[in-house]
Design a protein around this ligand. Structure first.
Ligand code: AMP
Length: 219
């Protein structure tokens, strides 16, 4: 199964992608994670992306399309994948279509996670991850069971993203509405779009997405 999770920053794409990865045995491909790894490694791409990401703007289509075209060819995604944070512009969506056509492959579904802007800033500015395994938490909405200890790996060090501050979040929302939201219409016209309520409780959202995808699989 090949799918896209579409939604604004803070909609819960990363959280749900990690759960779907386990449920369906398909790989999460997050361009944000790949770019953060590139920034951390100091590679040429990382150097080009760093300042753009810190401003909350979008990295060039050329860079992200290049990154994605490298990974969708790998054996580990032969079973399928969940695109998280890609495509983010119509040009990226068109490049993805061309990539898939070339491989005689296709998307099965685009899941839009609908969340009101009013809650996104609070969601993003409170989130943090385990420095060891990357499990995601939130100061208010998703605390670890034991304070200061990761539920998943027992790690005790946590980190926050450089772009998860209020000012950058606002720019990221502007970028989402101007450049990414048109994809709702793009995939709607192709008959691939399914929308879920991203405002619901995390487990509820997972159930809804799994149910949507089971129906798509069975069709
Ligand atoms: P994310 O982790 O998906 O929130 O992405 C973090 C940042 O990485 C974004 O604000 C962008 O600067 C950059 N980024 C991630 N994915 C893309 C993409 N598909 N196109 C352009 N920029 C991206």
């Amino acid at each position: 199964m090949r799918l896209i999770l579409l939604g604004p920053p803070g909609a819960g794409k990363g959280t749900q992608a990690a759960r779907l990865e386990k449920h369906f045995g398909i790989k999460q491909l997050s361009t944000g994670d790949m770019l953060r790894a590139a920034v951390a490694s100091g590679s040429e791409i990382g150097q080009q992306a760093k300042a753009v990401m810190e401003r909350g703007e979008l990295v060039s289509d050329e860079i992200v399309v290049g990154i994605i075209s490298d990974v969708v060819d790998q054996d580990e995604v032969a079973n399928g994948y969940i695109l998280d944070g890609f495509p983010r512009t119509v040009a990226q969506a068109e490049a993805l279509d061309a990539m898939l056509r070339e491989k005689s492959s296709k998307l099965d579904c685009v899941v839009e996670m609908k969340v009101d802007d009013s809650v996104l800033v609070a969601r993003i500015t409170g989130r943090y991850t385990c420095a060891k395994c990357g499990a995601g938490y939130h100061k208010e909405f998703q605390k670890p069971q034991t304070e200061g200890v990761c539920d998943n790996c027992g790690g005790t060090e946590f980190k926050t993203r450089a772009d998860d501050n209020e000012e950058t979040v606002k720019s990221r929302l502007v970028a989402y509405h101007a450049q990414t939201a048109p994809l709702i219409d793009y995939y709607g016209k192709k008959g691939l779009l399914r929308s879920v309520d991203g405002m619901a409780d995390i487990d509820e959202v997972t159930k809804e997405i799994v149910s949507v995808l089971e129906k798509v699989k069975a069709a």
